[in-house]
Design a protein around this ligand. Structure first.
Ligand code: SF4
Ligand code: SF4
Length: 325
């Protein structure tokens, strides 16, 4: 039994089981213009994984057959750099679904990404953008030199198009800690972000989401190098908060990777821990008739799930509860 399931059992909670998925998260592939220190999917310009055309076609068919899926959440890599990105967004919008794109901002400042701010407006895409601090040094240390300045330029551009200004074009930001610690309280940090970005750059945004770093991929390798892995795992374990469990994203979403394999979340995509058939084969989109086929399935868990339930909890939409300690 993994540490997470043991914690659930100690709290008298049953193992996780998915409801009918209302969010489809698509990891469109791992190519990215950045190679951040803490990237949980180990993306970089050298990665070539990308969503295959037959997977795109099947996803849109399944979406059409699954009216309960309200939101298509597109992540990567840098989604904008993938050939399937525009047809996926257009296809989902044509089916009347909300589309959220996880953009790293800097890609919008590259020649390949420059057309996307207008594309986002035209398709009424919601944006969730990484900005792990309002201080230049912290951002550049975690994400690379020059990232802060490019991110600020991109945010100003998006504000100029109406994003983050209450006009319905949603612009959310994402914070994650720079090291092996839990995120601070989301509401207080959102106030600090609002004040600093407004005062220093005239930037506006809608919400700040605080995410914990899960000990997987590059972040895990970093912790191992520093001899800090077990200390961080224990921190997450000690901070287990049962109030976060009902809000876990794996209870209401399904993730699909570029090959069409199904996962309970993007962390499992990163860890290559797919949903499995009874015979142990990975489940794929080609075996489903609709996403509701996945309702009531058991969610795979691992020690690193404790990163989602520590303190105030952590999900693609930020904190899940009040921290208990
Ligand atoms: S964290 Fe985001 S921007 Fe950084 S390498 Fe990973 S996918 Fe790219
Ligand atoms: S890591 Fe994934 S499966 Fe585990 S609790 Fe978090 S969202 Fe759920």
């Amino acid at each position: 039994m993994d540490r997470f399931r043991r914690r659930l059992a100690e709290a008298g909670q049953p193992d996780l089981r998915r409801a009918n998925p209302t969010t489809l998260q698509v990891n469109i592939g791992l190519t990215c213009n950045q190679a951040c220190h803490h990237c949980h999917v180990a993306s970089s310009p050298k990665r070539t994984e990308t969503l295959q055309p037959e997977v795109l076609a099947r996803l849109l068919e399944l979406l059409a057959a699954s009216p309960e899926v309200e939101l298509v959440d597109v992540t990567g890599g840098a989604p904008e750099l993938h050939a399937a990105f525009e047809p996926l967004v257009r296809g989902a919008r044509a089916l009347g679904r909300r589309v959220m794109v996880r953009s790293n901002l800097t890609v919008l400042m590259t020649p390949e990404g420059a057309r996307f701010p207008r594309f986002f407006v035209d398709n009424q895409v919601e944006l969730t953008c990484s900005l792990p601090c309002y201080l230049r040094d912290n951002v550049d240390r975690q994400r690379g030199k020059g990232v802060y300045d490019d991110s600020v330029r991109a945010l100003k551009l998006l504000n100029g198009l109406g994003y983050g200004r209450g006009s319905g074009l949603v612009l959310n930001l994402v914070y994650n800690p720079g090291g092996p610690s839990l995120p601070p309280a989301q509401e207080a940090l959102e106030r600090d972000y609002t004040r600093r970005l407004r005062e220093e750059h005239g930037i506006e945004f809608d919400r700040l989401f605080c995410l914990a770093n899960l000990p997987i991929a590059r972040f895990r390798e970093d912790l191992e190098r520093q001899g800090a892995l077990e200390g961080y795992a224990q921190l997450l374990d000690d901070a287990f908060n049962p109030d976060t469990v009902p809000g876990l994203m794996c209870l209401s979403q399904i993730s699909v990777d570029w090959t069409g394999q199904l996962f309970d979340c993007d962390f499992h995509v990163a860890s290559r821990a797919p949903c499995l058939n009874a015979d142990g084969r990975p489940r794929t989109v080609f075996e489903l008739e609709r996403f509701a086929d996945l309702a009531q399935d058991a969610v795979r868990t691992a020690d690193y799930c404790l990163g989602c339930t520590a303190g105030a909890g952590s999900s693609c939409g930020g904190a899940l509860a009040q921290a208990t300690a």
